[in-house]
Design a protein around this ligand. Sequence first.
Ligand SMILES: Nc1ncnc2c1ncn2[C@@H]1O[C@H](COP(=O)(O)OP(=O)(O)OP(=O)(O)O)[C@@H](O)[C@H]1O
Ligand SMILES: O=P(O)(O)OC[C@H]1O[C@H](OP(=O)(O)OP(=O)(O)O)[C@H](O)[C@@H]1O
Length: 230
Amino acid sequence: MENDFLTIALPKGKLLIDSIQRLSRIGIDCDHVNEDSRKLFYDLPQSKVKIIICRATDIPTYVEYGAADLGIAGKDTLLEENKDVIELLDLKFGYCRFVVAMPEGSVPPKLPNGEYDLSGLNHQRVATKFPRVAETFFSEIGMQVNPIKLHGNIELAPCVGLAEMIVDIVSTGKTLRENHLVEVAPILDATSRLIANRVAYRMKYERIMDIAGKLRNDMNEVANEGGSST
Ligand SMILES: Nc1ncnc2c1ncn2[C@@H]1O[C@H](COP(=O)(O)OP(=O)(O)OP(=O)(O)O)[C@@H](O)[C@H]1O
Ligand SMILES: O=P(O)(O)OC[C@H]1O[C@H](OP(=O)(O)OP(=O)(O)O)[C@H](O)[C@@H]1O
């Protein structure tokens, strides 16, 4: 019966390989799902699962509207998209950090506690893919900024005068370094999460909790063996 099937939305891009590995390890036969193909959905009748491949930033939308029962998305995307979904599990891969960064030549002075004094940045322009995250961070410290929404290569913006600073993801720090930008404030850390549609969570509770439980056990087993969980 069609309703026995569970639809899982996976993000193309950086999180796809780990997502496939995690699902494969708990017996969902999705090893053949790959990004090089232009195929965007896969039926896995043995596992009674359909996999759909979405842009990372669209995963919460597919799950909120019920086009997917489950999805895997970065916490950064969940905060920015702010969709009505249930966050079931921290999968602990795809680690990255949100930061505020500025050109080396214009970093603000430091406070006695060693943090940068951001107060002079009030009402300045922030280039970012994450305007909600940026505005929330600054409003929590009593400041207002003018977000300029971009879709990529954020680090370019302050180098060419489009914005005074950026709010972006840092992983290795290479992109900041190569563009002469300095982190002036951490915002938060992000990892990938298993999310569920609210209705599916009630209607398909046992299957969803079975998958979430198996993913959690798999992570614990890998951690107990002392290895990386990805
Ligand atoms: N160095 C990194 N840069 C960007 N994202 C990272 C990094 N490390 C981990 N991630 C995680 O991977 C997720 C997907 O990133 P990816 O670059 O594949 O897609 P995207 O470019 O953000 O999405 P879209 O294609 O919709 O713009 C991010 O939301 C984040 O959670
Ligand atoms: O600290 P690093 O390891 O250098 O990684 C950080 C970079 O990775 C992301 O960009 P992405 O590769 O997603 O490309 P984009 O600029 O098109 O978003 C992010 O927006 C940074 O630019």
